[in-house]
Design a protein. Structure first.
Ligand SMILES: C[S@@+](CC[C@H](N)C(=O)[O-])C[C@H]1O[C@@H](n2cnc3c(N)ncnc32)[C@H](O)[C@@H]1O
Length: 284
């Protein structure tokens, strides 16, 4: 039988991350985004960063680290590669139930405009859920009030997605049929994707901001701040700095909502209301 020779295109091997690279990468991740990199993350880092090493024109991780130290724009891409953006509509639903049953009735008695802040907003589902719940509450509420949303995240990629507000059908599985019908429209591209209705989209402002350094947060004063599933990426010292910063941007009497696994929240101005819900003490 004649032998056919199959030529495989030769892919260069992926750059290899060595344990001795970790300290420099961990320092950069901490100073850029507060992200804590521990030795167990080596496989995660290898997967997430090997492509960046090659794309940046670096021959190996040592060259890439040198590039990161001198090039701000590569540090932005580095942070982008390290951040995890998992989110969903109605995630930690007990908090939205609290918002509907207790938070909004109480806030709308004393505030004519309520500001929600989704502080690590990812692709927008957290903030839009707050708008859906507030609009649904407002239509039958005893007190008239307006509301708006500010969404912030360190990643510009997710901020662009949040602004677009277009979601695949799998993302809508946690939204009831009634709310889907009221607050989502079929996307115009003929696909199965859905978009948040314009009335809610126009109540939202999205900006890039860094909770660790405080850049991008100027002017935010929130009545309800969602700080969920982001503290877990920080060490205890950075967690304390970020909590203090978010509390500073919260109106007295306002509420802070954290992820259910982020249990170590302690701050002199915060009083626990329910698990993972805190109220900022009203200053005299
Ligand atoms: C797992 S998602 C959480 C999304 C949403 N809060 C939720 O609970 O569904 C974490 C988000 O935190 C963002 N993030 C990480 N470090 C940050 C920082 N220093 N400042 C602002 N956002 C950050 C990431 O880009 C990512 O979108």
């Amino acid at each position: 039988m004649p032998q056919t020779s199959v030529k495989h295109s030769q892919q260069p091997p992926a750059p290899k991350l060595r344990p001795d690279h970790l300290a420099a990468l961990a320092d950069l991740a901490r100073s850029e985004a507060g992200i804590r990199l521990t030795p167990e993350k080596i496989h995660f880092l290898q997967t997430r960063l090997a492509r960046r090493v090659t794309a940046s024109g670096s021959a190996d991780f040592s060259q890439y680290i040198a590039l990161l130290k001198r090039d701000k724009s590569e540090r932005v891409r580095f942070t982008e590669a390290l951040t995890v953006h998992t989110t969903s509509f109605f995630r930690e639903n007990h908090q939205y139930r609290w918002l509907h049953e207790e938070g909004l009735p109480e806030l709308s008695k004393r505030r004519s405009e309520i500001t929600f802040w989704s502080a690590a907003c990812s692709t927008g589902q957290e903030g839009y859920t707050a708008l859906v719940v507030a609009e649904n509450y407002r239509t039958a509420a005893p007190n008239a009030f307006r509301f708006r949303l500010i969404g912030t995240d360190i990643s510009t990629v997710v901020i662009a997605a949040a602004k677009a507000a277009i979601y695949p059908p799998t993302d809508l599985e946690t939204v009831s049929a009634k709310l889907r019908q009221k607050y989502f429209l079929r996307a115009r591209d003929g696909s199965e994707r859905h978009r948040i209705v314009p009335e809610l989209r126009k109540m939202a402002e999205w900006r890039q901001a860094n909770l660790v350094t405080g850049t991008g947060l100027a002017g935010i004063t929130a009545d309800v701040a969602f700080l969920r599933n982001v503290l877990i990426y920080f060490d205890a010292e950075i967690q304390a700095t970020v909590i203090d910063r978010v509390v500073h941007h919260l109106r007295p009497g306002g509420y802070l909502l954290t992820g259910h696994s982020e249990t170590g929240v302690r701050h002199r101005a915060l009083t626990p209301v329910q698990p993972s819900i805190y109220q900022k003490t009203v200053q005299p």
